[in-house]
Design a protein around this ligand. Sequence first.
Ligand SMILES: Cc1cc2nc3c(=O)[nH]c(=O)nc-3n(C[C@H](O)[C@H](O)[C@H](O)COP(=O)(O)O)c2cc1C
Length: 379
Amino acid sequence: MLDARENLFSATTFAGLPLRNRIAMSPMTTWAANSDLTISDAEAAYYRRRVGGVGLVITGCAHVLPNGMGFTDEFSAADDSYVESLRKLATAAKSGGAPAILQLFHAGVRALPELIPNRDVIAASAIPAASTMFFPAQTPRAMTEPEIHDIIAAFGQATRRAIEAGFDGVELHGAHGFLMQNFFSPATNQRQDQWGGSPENRMRFAIAVVAEVKRVITAHTDRPFALGYRISAEEPGDNGYRIADSLALLDHLIDAGIDYIHTSLGKVLTDCPMDEPNGPTIAARYVTHTAGRIPVIAAGGLRTPDQASQALALGLSVVALGQGLVMNPDWVELALLGRESEIATTLDTQRITALAIPQKLWAVIAAAEGWFRLAHRAP
Ligand SMILES: Cc1cc2nc3c(=O)[nH]c(=O)nc-3n(C[C@H](O)[C@H](O)[C@H](O)COP(=O)(O)O)c2cc1C
């Protein structure tokens, strides 16, 4: 058995980028931008505090068009006036010495009506969405053909801004029920045109975005610049897609030119496909299916160095930590020094300021019951 530190701390080249270790900061929204949707000082401080040890930083999601905004106080990448703000984020995210990737998205059916122009929520089809922890129940308007092309182009323009701002890559957010998933899912895409119906048609939007982003990367930079895709491996519900479907999409995304795939899971170590609950885990299936064509990242429920090490041993290239890094900005340093007993698995509510958690993010966490495990103690 390898010492936990050995596999986690081996250097590698990932999508052309040199990584000092295999631990990534998972993309995490901070709900803490300035009122003009530029990066706030509190957000920059939150990143600076967490990037000293990780091998790779993936930022929280930025919307590519104003009508794609899915969270309150979410920073924007929607026009050129935001390049300076994105540079502030890139500088903070890279201040620890690791490369940084900007996550891009359009919220689709999960856009918040009060935050977007004319409350005009758009998605692949006008299928009602149920409410979830952060999103309202609502019925979107089906996008027109020109709108589809506008959004594909907007992903490309946001990528150009990421290049200008100094990022080392972009990650397309194809997970968590946002627009890219709205198109891929048979449950939410019932279009009759070339963008819906058959699996091939439902994949067309994601592939077109990848192709446009790839074109922009080639046209605007000669330096290594990673193009990743975040994916939800399957969906609940009778009409939701299953792992075989998302693996088929993955094959097409690889052919279209993505440099890595990032599976977003509840628990990397134990989540199995719905149809094969006793089979190999989803993470293992992704590794096997990808067969070394591109690196695979997975996130979900990794709290301790042992868990992260076990996940990496599945054949992942990189493991991503979300809550672990919120609760422990020095997670990597503690693991490296063998001080894992000091790594918290609950969020100490007395240490919000000490942990450089923006007050707005803390307000969201405190209100989202059951999301984080909170440790209340007397001040
Ligand atoms: C505060 C917070 C914000 C998040 N925001 C995003 C986001 O912007 N984009 C995304 O793909 N996932 C987001 N996630 C999900 C995480 O990237 C990760 O997949 C999830 O938290 C599971 O990993 P964990 O158990 O290590 O936290 C967020 C998670 C947290 C805790």
